[in-house]
Structure formats: C-alpha cells, structure tokens
Design a binder for this molecule. Sequence first.
Ligand SMILES: Cc1cc2nc3c(=O)[nH]c(=O)nc-3n(C[C@H](O)[C@H](O)[C@H](O)COP(=O)(O)O)c2cc1C
Length: 175
Amino acid sequence: MYFLAISGSTRKLSTNTAMLRAMSRIAPSDHSISVFDRVGDLPVFSTDLEAVPLPDSVQRFTELICRCDGLIISSPEYVRAIPGGLKNALDWLVSRDEIINKPIALMHASHRGDDMLAQLRNVLSTVSSRFADELFLRFELMNKSPAEIDEHLALPKNHVAAADFVSRFAAYCGQ
Ligand SMILES: Cc1cc2nc3c(=O)[nH]c(=O)nc-3n(C[C@H](O)[C@H](O)[C@H](O)COP(=O)(O)O)c2cc1C
C-alpha cells in the first residue's frame, strides 16, 4: 500500500512532521509512506477558484490524494481547534471525488490536543465514508527535536506499535 501522510504543521521542526517522517522509515517493507508537509502552499480556499485549471499547488495536492491508497493525518492543536492550514487543505477536497472513499487514519504527536482531535474526527467522518476512527496512534513528542523523535520511535515498544499501526491501516485499506 502507498500512504500519503499529511502534517497539519508548517513548522520546519514540527513534531508531527518529524513523527510522520519517522513512520515512513518504520513502515513494513511492503508499504510506503510519503510525507506531505506543504499545506502552507495551498491558497485560501474559495469556490471561485475551483474552476479548471485549479491553482498548481492544489492540482498537485489533489493528484497526491488520488494516487494514495490511504491518508494518515497528524496535526497540532491551535487555539483548541484544527490549524487553519490543515482545515483549508481539507476544504479544498470537500466537493471533490478524491476524498469521498479514501481511507483515513489519525496520528497525533502530543499528549494534549483532544479538542482539535474531536473536531478533526468530525470533519474527516464528514468528508470521507472511510475514516477509520478506531485506528489511532499517539506518541508524546511535544518539544522533542526530529532526532529525539527518531530515537523515541526506534524504542522497541514504539517501533512495534508504529509498524502495527501501518499494518492494520493497510488491512483496513484493502477491505
Ligand atoms: C498558535 C498556537 C496555538 C496553540 N494552541 C494550543 C492549544 O490550544 N492547545 C494545545 O494543547 N496546544 C496548543 N499549541 C501548542 C501546539 O499544539 C504544540 O506545540 C504542538 O506540539 C506543535 O506541533 P508541531 O510541533 O507539529 O508544530 C499552540 C501552538 C501555537 C503555535
């Protein structure tokens, strides 16, 4: 299976992005994960811009979504809500075919952020008929550097949990 892993953070040293990158290295060899950390490249959504041709960055984004077998999303909480950049990216997909039957699973890189997670679950179960709410993997990585995150996910217990999450999501995508 080929997964696209979308980070809701645009920070260079984002813990969510670093965790998704670490996941791409841990994924069992029959699966691959490509990390998308460019929600900040997308223009602010407007139905006026949904005409053909789409803005280039949106066109590329929708092609990535179309090509993947499943989406993994991991995001920080901003002001007890979904960060604007991620919500904007999801808004671009709402009236399009790519997302409707796309399997989606959530990860999270903090012990906090449950208000955002509740909102994201609500949004994702609205935009996709295949949001796998029961598949969720969380590591407590707030304020860790990318190198520390690699080390944390390499710990045997965490490595097993990460690989198991990917395998279970792949099985869900194959149903
Ligand atoms: C503008 C802003 C608002 C935030 N609001 C919250 C919040 O409401 N609740 C919370 O737990 N953390 C909040 N945080 C902290 C981030 O969620 C936290 O640092 C997260 O781990 C950052 O993820 P990242 O490393 O992937 O960028 C906020 C951070 C910023 C920059």
